[in-house]
Design a binder for this molecule. Sequence first.
Ligand code: HEC
Length: 400
Amino acid sequence: MLLLAAALLAVPDYHSTIAPILERRCVGCHRKGEIAPMALETYVQVRPWARAIRETVLRRKMPPWFAVAGTFANDPSLTREEIAAIEQWADGKAPEGKPVSRGRAISRAEEPPAPDWAMRAPAVRIPAKTELEYQYIILGEFGTDQWVRRVEVRPSDRRAVHHLVVYARAAGSAWLAGRPKNQFFTARPEEGATTADILGVYTPGTRATELPEGMARRVRAGSEIVLQIHYNPYGREAKDASEVRLWFSKTAPRYNVLTLQLNQPRILIPPFARDHVETVSGTMPGDALLLNFLPHLHLRGKSFEYRIVAPGGRAETLLKVSPYDFYWQLQYWLATPRLLKKGTRLQAEAHWDNSAANAANPDPSAEVTYCEPSRCEMMVGFFDVAVGADVDKESFFLRR
Ligand code: HEC
């Protein structure tokens, strides 16, 4: 009885209980050079944040995660026991305890070796208030065929980058043909659209993406890296020089990975609409293994759902993100990749809140259409699929 009472009263300490939780679930972002504003790697760093940590985990604000349906390999959510331990620790004056030797945590697994390809774009000045048009730049050329297995985008000012897409433009492509290299330019509307392969999409909250064993993205010799960057003004003048780092696979993988999208350009959201809905669907032109999702909406976005619709109309939800948060555009990796047979219909459904109740809404009285700046809306459901190593985007979409 006495022992039981002692166990109930014992306050968990940092070294034995809290540090392993933070290492597993937090320090991936909360460490030097990563996306969070402060490191949470040592007791000295963590102690001043004890109360804030308690609040954010109790309110499930941290770690950030917005999937309310679907099962995902990269779900970082804390268990109820972990949350309770953090709460007791913070309420009990956040004791340090004695250092214990532990193996290295998963999230601190060996740092990857130096990238095989890296390039920093020249600096761009972002005005305090005016939104810049999409900035494009063509960088570096591939001398030989490569398989890209890991991609990291490192903005120098993360607050300024709303999104950044890394494309591989094939040799001889008509897209942005004749544009100068190694300097930023803006594209005319008819120039912007492309079917070029996407190597990576950086959005707020995303870190490096590494493909599973046996998977990589083929980049043909002669291809060039093209960046499309959408900068966000945030109240004071800023400067960003984003860097892209690529790691290549030394051996040929079993699968080529393609980024596809369900894109709905016909959006019309009435002024003050509280719950506007749009859907878009597409049919798989061939068999493919579905790997992950990355929903993209702008400031009025409320929720986003991906589902498979069977021929009879029955729908199966694979991911539902709610609430959609413009400032946390995460990638959701299926716990088990899903084989989509040729002819499978994938559907995306997005909801928007254009009312004044949406604190992020720049203008509830506006009738909102599709356009690139964040005062308008977009609806893009990115998803990655794995196909045979000899299949590329073009042959995948050719009727077979
Ligand atoms: C995906 C990256 C990521 C992960 C994982 C993550 N954080 Fe954060 N965290 C951030 C970023 C970015 C911010 C600053 C922006 C914000 O507050 O939304 C932040 C802010 C915070 C804050 C300050 C909140 C405030 O109100 O000022 C606390 C406390 C915090 N995180 C704790 C944690 C804890 C504890 C975990 C793990 C259980 C965790 N975070 C996991 C990225 C992350």
